[in-house]
Design a protein around this ligand. Structure first.
Ligand code: ADP
Ligand code: MG
Length: 414
């Protein structure tokens, strides 16, 4: 058998902790996976930023990207590498580039998901541009903001159409707050969205390939306590619904790694923000849930790189054709999930993991008890917290990971 090495490139920005965990656990796995006539081994490398010749030889088999959504040099490298070299990348860079929050609402409205009522309003002001005045004079009509407010009802949310990281999000209680916020919104293009109010549960569902993990989220808690450690907050049918919606969203938009926010009100789970294709991956927010992310990421990366997975074209029409007027949400998911699982190759992935990654649980469990793991946590804490809090928060996050180790003894399902 010939030995081949699959090279995984990490396209990183401010990330500190997860690349350390990913790389160290990958080493400890000592993978040598038979694939056809070859034995596949893995190398993980952090990508550097350099000039590149578009005809350069293939440098990576798979790239896990954290930069495309804002760093255009890397985005262009990735797109050329997909086109020229069939590099597999999480996430599809074209989808990340073009699918803003409002576009994602539109896609899921068409599939019949209970997205709250959403409007877009033209911006309050503009940067000067050559044809701007003539365009606005001819076509921009006065509109009655108060009337849109009445339609949506209060409270409502105003947020940028391309949002992220709670930037410029406001909750508006009445018409005067709406008018004031709009007047202050400047050049931002804003959406207005009916609030899911009152809601009794807020979850974040992280999707990585066909794998999902749901966390009860407390948006009012301090940052380090927002991902709660609560269990048993969903019935099995709710869990299936949330997993299903998240997987449909991710398969529809071509995102391997995304986080979907849903709010529950009177029997309905409303997806409110699911354009997060560079989701929070830091131990300082995920803590207890961090090892899940590392394992899911490793499984999907190893599977995709071993099997030579390539970036798939999007297939909106197939999704649209699968649903019909009058279907319940459950029926819609039942009709859509076969497409999702085909796209994610879920069955083959499951078999692959049982066969080649059965030791991942044990290796991960062990590594997260080491001083190296504690040191990785500390590095991230030191980057975010003031010096006098570094010891305290390192212990808080590391302790939560130890709690995960106790709750999930080796051999239990991930
Ligand atoms: N329609 C809504 N109903 C209730 N809460 C909302 C709604 N939209 C946003 N929020 C609240 O505002 C927060 C930020 O809005 P979100 O759409 O997630 O923007 P971002 O992309 O900046 O994270 C959400 O996490 C939630 O707490
Ligand atoms: Mg959000």
């Amino acid at each position: 058998m010939a030995k081949v090495t699959r090279k995984i490139g990490l396209s990183l920005g401010a990330d500190i902790c997860w690349p350390i965990a990913f790389t160290e656990i990958m080493k400890r796995l000592e993978l040598a996976i038979p694939q056809g006539r070859n034995t596949v081994r893995f190398e993980v490398e952090r990508m550097t930023i350099d000039p590149f010749d578009i005809r350069e030889p293939r440098r990576y088999d798979l790239v896990i990207d954290r930069l495309t959504h804002w760093y255009h040099t890397r985005r262009e490298w990735i797109k050329k590498a997909v086109i020229l070299d069939d590099v597999y990348v999480f996430n599809n860079p074209w989808a990340v580039q073009s699918m803003e929050k409002l576009t994602t609402y539109a896609g899921m409205v068409r599939l019949g998901f209970p997205v709250p009522e959403t409007w877009l309003v033209p911006p309050h002001s503009y940067d000067p541009m050559e044809d701007l005045q003539v365009t606005l004079q001819r076509y921009a009509r006065h509109f009655d903001l108060g009337a849109i407010g009445k339609k949506l009802g209060y409270p409502m949310f105003m947020k940028p159409y391309d949002g992220g990281g709670w930037r410029a999000v406001s909750r508006l209680e009445d018409e005067s707050a709406l008018r004031e916020s709009y007047d202050q919104s400047g050049k931002l293009v804003m959406t207005l969205q009916a609030a899911v109010h009152p809601f009794d549960r807020f979850v974040r569902c992280i999707g990585l390939g066909p794998q999902t993990h749901v966390v009860l989220y407390d948006a009012k808690a301090p940052l380090h306590d927002r991902y709660t450690m609560k269990a048993d907050f969903l019935s099995p049918s709710e869990r299936a619904l949330i997993d299903g919606m998240t997987l449909v969203i991710n398969a529809f938009f071509g995102w391997d790694f995304n986080s979907c926010e849903l709010l529950h009100k009177r029997g309905t789970w409303h997806p409110i923000d699911f354009a997060n294709p560079c989701p929070d991956s830091q131990v300082t927010s995920l803590h207890y849930h961090f090892p899940w992310l590392i394992k899911a990421n490793l499984r999907w990366a190893v599977f995709a790189a071993t099997t030579g997975r390539t970036v798939k074209e999007l297939e909106w029409r197939r999704f649209f054709a699968a649903v019909e007027e009058g279907m319940t949400l459950e029926e819609r998911l039942e009709a859509l999930l076969p497409i999702v699982h085909e796209r994610f190759d879920t069955e083959r992935f499951g078999e692959f993991c049982s066969k080649h990654l059965a030791h991942l649980d044990e290796v991960t469990h062990e590594w997260f008890g080491t001083d190296d793991a504690r040191d990785a946590v500390r590095k991230k804490v030191a980057a975010l917290f003031p010096p006098h809090e570094v010891d305290e928060f390192t212990e808080i996050f590391f302790d939560r990971i130890q709690r995960w180790r106790a709750d999930e003894p080796v051999g239990s399902a991930a």
